[in-house]
Design a protein around this ligand. Sequence first.
Ligand SMILES: [Mg+2]
Length: 240
Amino acid sequence: MASGYPGAMLIDLDDTVLSFDQGSGSMWMEVSREYEHRLPGVTAAQLTEAVNEFRKWFWSDPDRHKKARLDLDMARREVMLGALARLDIVDPELAEEMGIAYAEAREAVIAPMPGAIEAISAFRAVGVRLALVTNGSADAQRSKIGRFGLEELFDHIQIEGEFGAGKPEPQVYMHALERLGGKPSDAWMIGDNLEWEVTAPQRLGLAGIWLDWRGGGLPSGSTVRPDRIIASLADLVEAD
Ligand SMILES: [Mg+2]
């Protein structure tokens, strides 16, 4: 095996292997424009602002986050209802429709992150044991995994909605490692969430590698110390 790689890697899915959150803001703007004619006295820009404010609040609570990520249809409907309510519009039907329009627009633009598939194939080629470890519902995550043929790239796939627990719970990382036959001191967790993919796995003895796809660096005042910061999975591929 190439010298710098660990025996096992746990890799996050959304915004690590597949683009997901990127572009969600502009997507709401597009959907708002599409529905502007049904919003009396409200511009698409105002609606987008209301959506962005409301969804920031909505996703900020860890318990609500957990429920919502396992039922994205509900989450999108709730976000739309809340945003419309901020503009004094009560229209559950419109909220439902816009939630669906947003979901479809999001689905359409999901794509592998640049170099991600090639990087995973390179890790695999030198014998690194690989697990895909993702939060979210079985339906949503399995459909993306199938659509991009990711099953064959990993030795183990672990989805919160199937496993029954999600990151940052310790058993998530330990179970994946067990399935790979790896030990924490010889494993990396790689992903874009500082708590789920850096702090929590580091506490268990894994290296936490942060994928900073926004390119903004660590938030100011952050005490998190990733073992490595990368812009893409391709940064981890060693020249041979
Ligand atoms: Mg992620």
